[in-house]
Design a protein around this ligand. Structure first.
Ligand code: SF4
Length: 335
């Protein structure tokens, strides 16, 4: 492991100043991604700035009904927070479907947003990887690519974004608050992660030195039901082969509003506007869900080992939509 300077901080402005615009500096909070990658020599920070003691661990309902989540709220605390369980059950389900209890106890909200791909070639410094080393190539394209993406891919990278939490946030709608050398700014969650295109090493829209301080969830859709379905090789501590997060509002058997986001098959948390349009004002029926699944997957590009993900994702979408509708019916019955 290479040497680096370690700098604890107590205030947000102090942390941002310590980072400056030094691209070789890294923030650390839970450390569940960074420590692994430093040990593997994949990330080589010259300075590590400890932000774990910043005052960013509150969950607060705002006057306009949105929910503001501090960057340092752990995945465990967020999944079990009463506001999340009651008003955003999709988020709680998605978080609890990810990782292990021990990791969720350490992992933070902002760290989860920032987590890196699990592509094995990215984590092997002997392999060619455009994401780790721009211009070096991509060993996954003609290698073992069973776990890789079919949506949002390019000829330069087909790595899956690994987060479950982010799939729920993409479906629920959220805003990120960023603090950096240039001040404070806000960004829609769905604009934050980049597609790999020609520069897979540019994973997100953070400027050098910027820090995520909060994630604010949109006000929940009135009367909507939701469901998160994750399909994977084993029942726990495993990444998704395909996942779907659905939010649906139904009245008189007709879908009034729908949100759908996908995981395990895309290079970023994948909100499917095409599927949502196929659902809008249509009967809440299996045939509608199947049409939405077709719309969501119409641009999928399979590789040698991952073509099975397309029918698998189709099933995940149909089931998640069906269960979200049932949840909406249950909620209406209890009103
Ligand atoms: Fe690297 Fe992306 Fe290729 Fe994986 S898929 S080896 S992360 S460029």
């Amino acid at each position: 492991m290479r040497e680096f300077a370690f700098q604890p901080t107590q205030r947000i402005d102090q942390a941002v100043a310590a980072h400056g615009r030094d691209a070789a500096a890294s923030y650390i909070a839970g450390g569940t991604t960074l420590v692994d990658l430093v040990k593997l020599d994949v990330m080589r920070p010259t300075r590590v700035i400890d932000v774990s003691r910043l005052p960013l661990n509150e969950v607060e309902r705002l006057d306009d009904g949105r929910l503001r989540i501090g960057a340092l709220v752990t995945n465990t605390a967020l999944a079990h927070h009463p506001q999340v369980i009651e008003r955003y059950p999709l988020l709680s389900q998605a978080i609890l479907a990810g990782a292990s209890t021990q990791i969720r106890n350490m992992a933070t909200t902002a760290g989860n947003v920032m987590q890196r791909t699990r592509c094995p070639y990215y984590r092997d410094v002997a392999a060619a990887c455009n994401r780790r080393e721009p211009g070096s190539g991509c060993d996954a394209l003609h290698g073992i690519n069973r776990m890789h993406a079919v949506l949002g891919v390019s000829e330069h990278c087909i790595a899956v974004h690994p987060s479950d939490m982010c799939v729920a946030m993409a479906a629920l709608g959220a805003t990120l608050t960023l603090e950096g050398p240039g001040g404070t700014r806000e960004m829609a969650f769905n604009d934050f992660h980049r597609l790999p295109a020609e520069r897979p090493d540019r994973e997100h829209e953070l400027d050098d030195g910027e820090l995520i301080t909060h994630v604010t969830l949109d006000t929940p859709i009135e009367g909507a039901g939701s469901y998160y379905l994750k399909l994977r090789d084993r029942a726990s501590y495993e990444f998704a082969l395909a996942s779907a997060g659905a939010v649906i509002a139904v009245s008189d058997g007709v879908i009034r509003e729908a949100r759908l986001a996908l995981g395990g098959i895309a290079t970023k948390p994948w909100r499917s506007i095409e599927a949502e349009q196929a659902l809008h004002d249509q009967p809440a029926a299996i045939t509608t869900f199947e049409m939405a699944a077709e719309a969501a997957l119409q641009d999928a590009v399979p590789r040698e080992h991952n073509a099975f993900k397309i029918p698998l994702a189709r099933q995940a979408i149909v089931r998640a939509l069906r269960e979200a509708c049932r949840d909406a019916e249950r909620r209406q019955a209890h009103r």
